[in-house]
Design a protein around this ligand. Sequence first.
Ligand SMILES: [Cu+2]
Length: 131
Amino acid sequence: MAKKVFVLLVVVVLLTTTAAYAKDIKLQKKAGDYTVQLKLDKASPIVGDNAATIEVADSAGKPVTDAKVKVDYSMPAMPGMPAMNYSADATQYGGVYNAVMNLSMAGSWNIDVKVTHNNKTVKAKFTIDAK
Ligand SMILES: [Cu+2]
């Protein structure tokens, strides 16, 4: 029993230190046949500008560099605040897509990365927490 608790403690400590030392956030989701990776410039997204880098790969893992990528970010309505919906077009540079999201308040944001490629649009959904 004591050993189990100790092991659990070690795991918790390892997880928290890893999180504390991570310089950025990297999230990965499947969208149709594609894999979308969303990378943010901050370990913890802030209220204000957050730079996002998006990478798209096809089913073979090959980078897709000729897609159109749009980032829709929103927060559902809450007491005293109507729903907020924003959109940012990402620009492709060096094979990755860049966009800036201006998160206007703290809390949970829904990020929908829309990838249009070969006349088909797929969506990868992420949730981030701005502080
Ligand atoms: Cu809000």
